[in-house]
Ligand binder design. Structure first.
Ligand code: C5P
Length: 218
């Protein structure tokens, strides 16, 4: 088939979401936020997950069906027919997502869902393990990186613009903790695929990163 897969991986707060949407828009294909899938699970059963058996986890996971529609900025990820909302966009839910993301049954289930979606539509997939594990044969793979301090400063600015009171030191600390958890887990740790284009975004703005990514396309 002629379906395309482009992967965009990297640590928390590196700008993946903004870039992945923009690249998807430019290519006129769908944007898939895989972090949102882990966040949904973290939000729904993350607190209880550490105490659950594999069978119980499977039963929880089986209750959720994901679907992707739309293109570029207008891409919509739905769970059981309802578009994913802003309720999962908190650091608390992110931490729960990161903890369920360590569980093999969770990763396996979402890997299957992500691959299934890629058989239905071309996409730019954003996450941690898309180039390394989920889509080893992706047409283009990108890995974005930046120092934790720079990522913290960006997130701080975002939250300030949304009018949310925040503390820069706490944000940088949260980013470092999530990095640590994501980079050191046993399965599918955050790592650049051997054949990924690595882009250090520390000194680039969004336009600069976007240009760097697009320069690889024919
Ligand atoms: O990208 P986002 O910050 O929304 O992801 C939330 C958490 O979900 C990450 O910190 C990570 O632990 C997990 N995740 C993952 N694999 C992915 C996407 C997200 O483990 N492909």
């Amino acid at each position: 088939n002629n379906l395309r897969v482009v992967t965009l991986d990297g640590p928390a707060g590196v700008g993946k979401t903004t870039l992945a949407k923009r690249v998807a828009q430019e290519l006129s294909i769908a944007y898939l936020d895989t972090g949102a899938m882990f966040r949904i699970f973290g939000w729904k059963f993350g607190e209880a997950a550490p105490g659950m058996s594999e069978k119980e986890l499977d039963a929880h996971i089986a209750q959720y069906t994901f679907s992707l529609s739309g293109i570029g900025f207008n891409s919509v990820l739905s769970v059981n027919g309802t578009p994913v909302g802003d309720e999962i966009r908190t650091e608390e839910v992110a931490a729960l997502a990161s903890s369920v993301a360590k569980l093999p049954v969770v990763r396996d289930a979402l890997k299957r869902v992500q691959r299934e979606i890629s058989t239905q539509t071309s996409l730019v997939a954003e996450g941690r393990d898309l180039g390394s594990v989920v889509f080893p044969n992706a047409e283009y793979k990108f890995f974005l990186d930046a120092t934790a301090e720079e990522r913290g400063a960006r997130r701080f600015k975002q939250l300030q613009e949304m009018g949310k009171p925040t503390d820069l030191d706490i944000i940088i600390q949260q980013i470092k903790e999530r990095d640590e958890q994501d980079r050191t887990r046993e399965i599918a740790p955050l790592v650049a695929a051997d054949d990924a284009h690595i882009i250090d975004t520390t000194k680039l703005d969004i336009d600069g990163v976007f240009a760097a990514i697009m320069s690889f396309f024919d």
